[in-house]
Design a protein. Structure first.
Length: 256
């Protein structure tokens, strides 16, 4: 109870501050597109706030067999014809094996792969997104804040923005749904950073046409405490109960 109250107090304290920061970032960067160019096995990123850096991830080699399998789907009309929703993201999307049944009557395609970062998805965009025309696109990816893959939150925001701009350029009129970073017991140490980026993504969506933010994080933390019953033994990936929770939140937004 004490821990829950402390966490709720902490979240309220950072809420206004992070929303203000997010609104300022959106205001001053919304008309400028982040850029990247391939360099060897990785990428040099040029971000809005005068930040340029070479990614240390070997983006060219990661998850190649999964990328090949995803790209091969483009020739299967049974999968891709009259597609309502394309799901793209990291392992929480890849592991959502029941998504086809969960989202009925919507026709969906699951193009999640590996432990992808948003940089992986941008690097592989021409393989995992562009070949698949859908009415709506759902993006979930959370690995840019952990360990060796970690980036500053403003850079993560700009990479999410780059993704939505690419989708909207290639598929005019298609809405992009950004799912919030999920809290999990194994990543409790980065919860504050997750809350920060979630607030930034929420503000970005609120100030952008054709972008919607879907918050799954609050329902995964009833009373301010992470619900451990919705996770597998690794305390990171969700079990069937967790995906049922996601379905109840995400599906109504897609059916609207």
């Amino acid at each position: 109870m004490i821990l829950s109250n402390l966490l709720n107090c902490f979240m309220k304290k950072i809420k206004l501050r992070t929303l203000l920061l997010a609104a300022l970032l959106v205001l001053f960067t919304s008309n400028v597109e982040a850029q990247y160019k391939k360099s060897g096995n990785s990428v040099v990123w040029s971000i809005d706030l005068k930040s340029t850096f070479k990614d240390k991830i070997d983006l060219k080699q990661r998850y190649q067999s999964e990328i090949d399998a995803i790209y091969a789907k483009k020739g299967d009309k049974n999968l891709t014809k009259d597609l309502d929703v394309l799901f793209v993201g990291s392992s929480s999307i890849r592991g959502w094996r029941s998504v086809y049944e969960d989202m009925k009557p919507l026709r969906v395609l699951n193009n999640g792969f590996g432990g992808a970062t948003i940089r992986d998805i941008l690097y592989r965009y021409d393989k995992v997104v562009k070949p698949f025309k859908a009415k709506k696109v759902v993006l979930y990816v959370e690995n840019d804040i952990t360990n060796e893959d970690a980036l500053d939150t403003y850079i993560i925001l700009d990479l999410f923005r780059l993704f939505t701009q690419k989708v909207q350029k290639d598929f005019p009129g298609v809405k992009v749904f950004i799912v919030s970073f999920k809290p999990s017991p194994s990543r409790a140490g980065v919860l504050a950073k997750q809350i920060l980026i979630n607030n930034m993504l929420e503000a970005y969506a609120a100030n952008s046409d054709g972008v919607e933010y879907i918050d799954v994080s609050k329902a995964m933390m009833p009373s301010g405490v992470i619900d451990t019953t919705i996770f597998l033994n690794d305390k990171l990936h969700m079990n069937a109960k967790g995906y049922k929770l996601w379905t109840d939140i995400i599906k109504p937004e897609l059916i609207k």
